[in-house]
Ligand binder design. Structure first.
Ligand code: AMP
Ligand code: ZN
Length: 120
């Protein structure tokens, strides 16, 4: 838990979110400003500020985030048509929430160029 972190507050249920999946390692919830019909954020319970901060000990966790992305994609029935996962790292990538998260996007054909989880 990191004080002032919006995703830590969602994980601790201090803040409301539309949670679609949770286990002992990650929580997944709908993005408040969706860029696609399905836009889910997969967030580790552990507060890791960005991809740049992951350590060797986090490798299994980062792998698990992708396994959960697959499960959520199936739950939202976008696995057949396909989907995109992305992680923004740092300011040039447009990262605005400094708690590691994976965007899962799908539900329509996606353009090739994408920034901040939004197409440009
Ligand atoms: P990023 O640019 O990768 O840091 O993306 C952060 C994402 O978090 C954005 O797509 C926001 O719409 C989303 N977001 C911010 N606050 C909330 C919240 N309280 N509940 C759900 N999604 C949020
Ligand atoms: Zn946090």
């Amino acid at each position: 838990m990191s004080a002032g972190c919006v995703f830590c507050k969602i994980i601790s249920r201090e803040l409301d979110a539309d949670i679609v999946y949770a286990d002992d390692q990650v929580v997944a919830f709908k993005d408040i400003n969706p860029a696609a019909p399905v836009h889910i954020l997969i967030v580790p319970r552990k507060h890791i500020p960005s991809l740049l901060d992951i350590k060797q000990e986090d490798e299994a966790l980062v792998g698990h985030m992708h396994t959960v992305a697959n499960e959520v994609a199936r739950a939202f029935k976008i696995e057949k048509n396909g989907y995109r996962v992305l992680i923004n790292c740092g300011s040039d990538a447009g990262q605005i929430v400094f708690h590691l998260h994976l965007h899962l996007l799908g539900g329509r054909p996606l353009l090739q160029t994408i920034a901040k989880g939004k197409e440009v």
